[in-house]
Design a protein around this ligand. Structure first.
Ligand code: GLV
Ligand code: MN
Ligand code: MN
Length: 394
């Protein structure tokens, strides 16, 4: 008898957990994340699934039944820095539990079913979100990814073999269950929902260069301080996004040389911007960049802006979403958009019909230790995923 949802959840709870914050540090190819990956392989093996891994660290456990294009469900096991427990692992544990439920119901799918884990979904180590699914679909070629570096200068090519992937060959449909990362389902009083699409979003590296100098002896009017240019830029970005009804965040900053008693020589800051339309995103990032350049001129600093990744709008397959959401006891599941990125968006863009299920998050908080889902809602999610797999695997 394989472990049930709560047993599996309890297994994962201590892995990579910070005693200080209660949050998770499960960066790709570090010990906690590798422990989770090994745990996943063990769970697949215990269920008699055939385990297939690709050269990037993505893994699928296959239930080789039926014929025709496979139905894949899963999510990721890595976390942001100091992240919540649910973003990613909820979709993996629910997929295993849903597969058990389908089997318990005596249903034999008409086509192969796989449970997947994609690596580095958050981009918390190598900077590129959905890295594993981008590599698996070919959206990002290995040659352009292998040189990505983490904060210690380690190359992606040093930690994974790389090459090509055939993991998604023959996949006809992908379903990702995910904790909701806002309060839409709470406001609607619904335990589960279906995704309609993902806002376009991107990551942009702003490098502000100035001149290092003594914090005491340098007169205020003589400074060329990139921290000031950055500070004005961060305030401006927040104001512009608020005025436009969109999202702009500077969540990561690196300062050189990072000493208390020196004017810094360089500040590197990463802008995460998200908008309801692609044109809006371009406009917002353009105006934040222009304002930053104007400010750099006034401060005597220099600015370069590099778009590290830009993800276009994702519109999930309408007919698939409608088929998944309709005809349930208690009414249809709501179909809602999200501002968060997902591997599901990458697979959808690669032409694989894709849908997502969301599970209510009472705090509405995510990418934080405060992210939450009640066990009762998680179990509703498992049963909703099992129903979905049955519908789609007929
Ligand atoms: C991933 O969770 C993202 O939206 O950044
Ligand atoms: Mn996330
Ligand atoms: Mn996620």
């Amino acid at each position: 008898m394989p472990d049930d949802f709560e047993r599996m959840w309890a297994d994962l709870a201590p892995v990579g957990r910070s005693a200080r914050s209660g949050g998770y540090f499960r960066q790709p190819f570090t010990t906690p994340e590798r422990e989770l990956s090994a745990w996943f392989v063990g769970q697949c093996t215990a269920r008699g699934l055939r385990v297939e891994a690709d050269a990037f660290g993505n893994v699928v456990g296959w239930w080789d039944v039926g014929t025709g294009p496979a139905l894949l469900t899963g999510s990721h096991l890595d976390s942001v820095l100091d992240g919540g427990a649910y973003d990613g692992p909820l979709g993996v544990v629910s997929a295993l539990a849903a597969l058990d439920l389908v089997r318990e119901r005596g249903v034999v799918p008409g086509r192969p079913v796989g449970v997947s884990v994609f690596v580095e979904e958050e981009g918390s180590r190598f900077g590129l979100a959905c890295l594993g699914s981008r590599l698996a679909t070919g959206a990002t070629p290995w040659e352009s990814a292998r040189g990505l570096t983490d904060r210690d200068g380690v190359h992606l090519g040093d930690v994974v073999e790389g090459g090509t992937s055939s993991l998604l060959d023959g996949v006809g449909t992908f379903v990702e269950l995910h904790v909701e990362q806002g309060r839409d389902l709470v406001d609607r009083g619904a335990a589960v929902g279906v995704a309609s699409g993902i806002w376009p979003h991107g990551r942009y590296r702003f490098e502000f260069t100035g001149a290092a100098n003594h914090a005491g002896t340098t007169r205020m009017e003589d400074r060329v301080d990139p921290m000031l240019t950055y500070a004005f830029t961060a305030l401006g970005a927040n104001k512009q996004a608020r005025l436009a009804g969109q999202r702009a965040t500077f969540g990561r900053v690196s300062v050189e040389p990072n000493g208390t008693n020196a004017v810094p020589s360089r500040v590197t800051a990463w802008l995460d911007a998200r908008c309801s339309t692609e044109a809006g995103l371009e406009e917002l990032v353009g105006s934040i960049s222009t304002q930053a350049a104007d400010r750099a001129d006034r401060d005597g600093t220099r600015l370069t802006v590099v778009a590290e990744s830009v993800s276009p709008t994702v519109v999930f397959d309408d007919a698939l979403a409608a088929r998944v959401a309709a005809d349930h006891e208690g009414g249809d599941w709501p179909v809602i958009p999200t501002q968060a990125g997902h591997d599901a968006g990458i697979l959808s863009a690669a032409g694989i019909p894709t849908t997502m299920l969301f599970v209510r998050n009472p705090t509405g908080v995510s990418h934080s230790p405060d992210e939450h889902a009640e066990v009762a809602d998680c179990l509703v999610g498992v049963s909703a995923l099992a129903d979905t797999l049955e519908r789609l695997a007929r």
